[in-house]
Design a protein around this ligand. Structure first.
Ligand code: HEC
Ligand code: HEC
Length: 295
């Protein structure tokens, strides 16, 4: 066991072997240990790297400008160039979508993807306000996902509807006209109630006890079947909606049927050929077709 004196002597010897700065306070010495070599080299490497980087790339600001660097690199330029390249690629794809038949577009995965994005975006911007999200429809604005088409759900039908509109100002717009049976006194009030009863119970599928639908059936055959069909199946040629269905343009209530017979709404679907390019219109046709009711 070393004594206290021996321990102190050993500590003294150890201290003398170490370099100090010569500063000493109350027996406490300031050591003069050199920095580790690895640290010094790393430090020098960082300084050199920073200097070279500052010379090559945009770096030190001054006044309103900054040092642009020898390489002339700019992250904004490179983003702009990337955006321009994507735009150009998209424009080429949209040009091809505009001219190719639908089968060719659907068979090409790249075109299909561009059409899918263009269709979804345009639908959200231009169609959703009237037709609802996902083409769910609402009173007066037909559902586009239900397969209950007034004018047809083939891709070409959709393209024509979207391009020229319905009762729009376009010369090739789809036109259809239901007579104003009430407003123009073609049917009496009582007859309108009778034919509405028949449509509501027989085609819309509601049951109302004690209603005699025979007079309504006769009125329907005489006045309505020429457009809506004997079985209420509708007629696309004249844009007369299917009545034997659970999807209705103006809702399911008996009063809406009466209102329609008195004075039809005849909603307007804008023609989009003035506002959208042919590629976007075809993309929309594909998108609407894919909502669930496409034919
Ligand atoms: C201002 C409201 C409005 C906007 C916006 C609108 N539509 Fe329509 N759309 C209608 C109305 C109203 C009808 C039904 C017309 C009728 O009575 O036949 C219709 C009918 C349709 C039909 C025919 C449905 C069928 O059953 O045959 C399609 C397809 C259609 N719209 C697609 C679109 C697309 C795609 C867009 C977006 C580019 C769009 N609509 C924007 C009001 C609108
Ligand atoms: C000349 C053709 C024609 C005749 C005749 C006709 N309709 Fe229509 N009907 C239409 C058209 C076109 C529409 C869609 C018009 C609209 O959007 O206002 C329609 C819409 C309707 C609707 C709304 C359907 C829905 O989905 O909400 C009802 C109900 C209806 N007709 C009932 C009748 C009844 C009842 C008669 C006979 C008294 C009749 N129609 C005669 C063409 C006709």
């Amino acid at each position: 066991m070393p004594t206290k004196i021996e321990k102190d002597a050993a500590r003294q010897a150890e201290a003398e072997a170490v370099r100090t700065t010569g500063h000493e306070w109350d027996g406490i010495y300031e050591l003069d240990t050199p920095l580790p070599k690895w640290w010094v080299y790393l430090f020098i490497a960082c300084v050199v790297f920073a200097g070279v980087y500052a010379l090559l790339y945009p770096s030190i600001p001054y006044g309103r400008g900054y040092m642009h660097g020898i390489l002339g690199y700019s992250s904004r330029d490179s983003v702009n160039a990337e955006v321009a390249a994507v735009d150009k690629q998209r424009a080429v794809a949209m040009g091809r979508i505009a001219v190719l038949p639908f089968e060719k577009i659907e068979a090409d995965p790249e075109l299909r993807e561009v059409a899918e994005i263009a269709g979804r975006t345009a639908f959200a911007n231009d169609c959703q306000p009237c037709h609802g999200a996902g083409g769910a429809g609402r009173p007066g604005y037909p559902a586009l996902a239900a397969g209950a088409w007034i004018w047809g759900g083939h891709l070409e039908d959709l393209q024509a509807t979207i391009t020229h509109g319905i009762r729009s100002s376009d010369p090739e717009a789809r036109e259809s006209d239901m007579p104003r049976f009430g407003a123009d006194r073609m049917l009496t009030k009582a007859q309108i109630q009778q034919v509405a009863d028949y449509v509501w119970t027989h085609f819309y599928g509601h049951s109302e006890s004690g209603v005699d639908t025979a007079p309504g059936e006769k009125l329907f055959a005489d006045n309505c079947a020429p457009c809506h069909g004997d079985h209420g199946q509708g007629e696309r040629e004249v844009g007369a909606p299917r009545l034997a269905s659970h999807v209705h343009l103006y809702g399911d209530a008996r009063e809406t049927i009466v209102a329609q017979i008195v004075a039809p709404h005849e909603g307007i679907m804008p023609n989009w050929n003035k506002r959208l390019d042919p590629g976007t219109i075809k993309s929309l046709a594909l998108y609407v077709h894919g909502l669930g009711g496409g034919e």
